[in-house]
Design a binder for this molecule. Structure first.
Ligand SMILES: [Zn+2]
Ligand SMILES: [Zn+2]
Length: 382
């Protein structure tokens, strides 16, 4: 009968643990002695290796914590993606069902054309880039033997790591030109989907700012109307409230004072007011938070570095500054060139076809080799 080597190892380990646990003269329960023996075994194995250093000890001690965080983040990734889809979908539904009739009723043909074009363009940009960002693999280094130049070896995957590649604990594999693991995408942001991630953030920010600015007067009107309803409810409880059912549609832009109630409030009116308030609060807060994130990523792209490289580069910058030298990132090709490489702009027309319109073109390069990567002699495996 053949026996699997891993099961033999497991059996040996159990026998060793049980025998070492039984050797103790303590009258503690067996399961406590087994755990104690296992801890002793761990300590011995850590002390045995001559390569053990403070990093290995730190990693070993906090491994359960890292594992839990990674597992929870991986699981919550699906929840976060559902949340993004539901929240964005709700804003789109409110835009079409509540705002579009108001826009068609209130505004001039020129403003109607602007709102229709801009609103639909931003919806297409958000949907396309989010879908591509979550479905496009970020890029992985080859696991078989090949001629790709590498700068270090991953301790977890035990494979060569090309330049700009980092290991993601949540995906549990190495990622080409890794920027970060995004729970809102439930995916790593790497070489092949970095542009989709940034374009999604930018278009979402522009969409939120658009909703926040253009919906400000509607928000004030809806808020005042709801306050008015609440006030009347308190004055005459139980009596049906009458008010401005068509308030939002009748008021000219910018006017927030409501007129004498003429038509009775309906449930539909209240729903419209609440939808407008929900939309404005959500888009305003998301616009501020996402705007800050997008701005920070735009700064990084201008410098030709990823979020991870920002940390390593700033360390390197300080180290070289002490030596009286100036550090320059090997992947910084100049601000405009960095943007052209990032966005895949090779001709002037690409600014329209590849940046302003949804485009599924592949990024510059294969993510394994980089044109201006100089070998750093003091580079140690990480
Ligand atoms: Zn790895
Ligand atoms: Zn990841």
């Amino acid at each position: 009968m053949r026996c699997c080597p891993s099961s033999v190892l497991h059996l040996l380990r159990c026998v060793r643990l049980r025998s070492s646990a039984r050797r103790g003269r303590s009258r503690l329960p067996l399961w406590i002695r087994e755990i104690w023996a296992y801890i002793r075994l761990l300590v011995h194995s850590l002390c045995f290796s001559s390569l053990t250093d403070s990093d290995v000890v730190f990693d070993s001690v906090f491994e359960p914590v890292f594992w839990t965080v990674d597992y929870v983040t991986r699981w919550f990734g699906t929840v976060f993606v559902c949340l993004v889809v539901i929240l964005t979908g709700s804003i789109m539904v409110i835009s079409y069902v509540v705002l579009l009739p108001l826009v068609l009723y209130k505004y001039s043909p020129l403003w109607i054309a602007w709102h229709l074009c801009y609103g639909n363009w931003i919806i297409v940009m958000i949907s396309f880039h989010y879908y591509k960002a979550i479905t496009t693999p970020p890029g992985y280094p080859p696991t078989e033997k090949n001629d790709t130049p590498f700068v270090s070896v991953c301790k977890k995957c035990i494979i060569p790591k090309p330049a700009r590649t980092h290991h993601c604990g949540i995906c549990n594999r190495c990622i080409l030109k890794m920027d970060h693991h995004c729970p809102w995408l439930n995916n790593c942001v790497g070489h092949f989907n970095h542009r989709y991630f940034f374009s999604f953030c930018l278009s979402m920010t522009l969409g939120c700012i658009y909703c926040s600015i253009s919906g400000r007067n509607l928000f004030l009107e809806a808020y005042n109307a709801l306050e008015h309803i609440k006030h009347l409810d308190m004055e005459k409880p139980g009596i049906p409230v009458t008010g401005m059912g068509l308030l939002i549609g009748l008021l000219p832009p910018g006017q927030t004072n409501f007129q004498t109630p003429a038509t009775p409030y309906t449930l539909k009116d209240k729903m419209i007011y609440k939808s407008i308030i929900y939309m404005w609060v959500l888009t305003s807060t998301a616009g501020v938070a996402l705007g800050a994130l997008t701005f920070w990523h735009a700064v990084l792209i201008s410098r030709g570095e990823t979020s991870i490289e920002r940390h390593t580069n700033s360390k390197e910058m300080k180290r070289m500054m002490k030596q009286g030298r100036v550090y320059r990132s090997p992947f910084n090709y100049g601000r405009l060139n960095n943007w052209k490489i990032f966005l895949g702009v090779e001709r002037t027309s690409h600014w329209v076809t590849r940046v302003l319109l949804p485009s599924g073109h592949a990024p510059h390069g294969n993510g394994l080799t980089w044109d201006a990567f100089p070998a750093r002699k003091d580079l140690t495996p990480v």
